[in-house]
Ligand binder design. Structure first.
Ligand code: SAH
Length: 347
């Protein structure tokens, strides 16, 4: 029986299921869920992420991390943790940049749920001159790490959400029901939808505790909004680079939501971390040398490579592409001046 059939049977037997349950099963079902069966990113997958577009992304982030490490007094050994490393491309680019700048290599910790992606990460990172550890969740990170840096690109958007719809004066949790044996939302449409991501709080607590214990700093890049009021329905499905209804191709299409940076920021502050406000990805990347590095690579590149490098730069930094919708946010247990956050302190 397919995941779709399982879910339909469940709805027929016990009634409509919440968006949260639907998304959780579609993404994480151990047999048929998206992460159990697919390699999501890349040309043959469903979407392309920044590190898959250009090596410049990882290289300038390496520079950013090195600056934080130097501000902390260049501790050695130190650890670099990545949440949701995808195919391992970002980490490979970061480690290569560290090596070429003669920076000691950190011990690497990859936090990944998908066995398929763990295999890809092993292949991408190959035999490495540093130790690489895989963890299925954050609680498995070692307790005695010492100074650590953490990075996550497009991690938060993958976590399942609840949706609430305002009907008259009441907020009702949105569910999925069957009509003529097809999934439909219930209520079907609404002008006012509020979303929450319950998994975020648990992750924030774990990350905050880890950073506080080990004197750490984290950089998050993701797409989302930074305002307190509800922005409406942001649940979206991508299948082979095309948008489709989140109710189609259950378990085969990637499901994501726009990250609520306002909430993420508040949660980290409640957990007593210093938060450097979300800044637009375009501004952040430019401030940390994205354009200079792109030009430098173009000098020795073929015309095709130059065109690919320039296209990626526009896609990642231009406001009409990923430059504004995507944001960068930094959290740390200690006071620092991270590059690209304006330098005017915390927010
Ligand atoms: N950072 C990568 C991949 C982004 S896709 C890139 O930029 O290319 C989201 C990643 O998060 C995937 O690696 C996915 O398997 C992982 N992931 C999703 N939910 C997770 C969870 N609950 N815990 C750990 N990893 C998760």
């Amino acid at each position: 029986m397919s995941l779709e059939d399982h879910l339909k049977k469940q709805i027929k037997t016990t009634g409509p299921i919440t968006v949260l349950d639907f998304m959780t099963r579609a993404l994480y079902d151990p047999q048929e869920g998206y992460y159990a069966t697919k390699v999501p990113m890349g040309r043959t997958g469903d979407y392309i992420t920044a590190p898959e577009m250009t090596q410049v992304f990882g290289e300038v982030i390496a520079g950013w991390l090195i600056d934080i490490w130097q501000q902390a007094g260049s501790p050695n050994p130190f650890h670099l943790i990545e949440l949701g490393p995808g195919r391992g491309t970002l980490m490979a680019d970061i480690l290569r940049a560290f090596k070429s700048l003669m920076i000691p290599l950190p011990k690497v910790h990859l936090v990944e749920v998908s066995s398929l992606l763990k295999e890809q990460q092993r292949a991408t990172l190959g035999p490495s001159s540093t130790q690489i550890f895989w963890h299925t969740d954050l609680s498995m990170l070692p307790n005695d790490q010492g100074f650590c840096l953490m990075i996550a690109n497009e991690f938060w958007d993958a976590l399942p959400i609840q949706q609430f719809v305002k009907i008259n004066q009441d907020w009702i949790e949105r569910r999925i029901e069957l009509q003529d044996n097809e999934f439909i939302f219930m209520p079907k449409e609404s002008t006012t939808i509020h979303e929450t991501c319950p998994a975020i709080s648990a992750f924030v607590i774990q990350i905050a505790n880890h950073l506080k214990k080990h004197r750490g700093t984290a950089l998050f890049l993701d797409y989302g909004y930074d305002q307190p009021e509800a922005v409406g329905d942001t649940l979206q499905a991508l299948y082979h680079h095309q948008k489709l209804s989140p109710l189609d191709k259950v378990g085969q299409a990637d499901l994501t939501h726009h990250v609520d940076f306002h909430q993420l920021k508040s949660l980290f502050e409640e957990n007593t971390l210093k938060v450097h406000r979300p800044v637009p990805q375009g501004d952040f990347l430019k401030a940390i040398g994205f354009e200079e590095r792109t030009s430098q690579l173009c000098e020795h590149a073929t015309p095709e490579q130059q065109s690919a490098l320039r296209t990626a730069a526009v896609r990642l930094t231009h406001p009409t592409h990923m430059g504004t919708l995507f944001k960068a946010m930094c959290v740390s247990d200690h006071a620092l001046q991270p590059m690209g956050f304006g330098g005017e302190g915390y927010n």
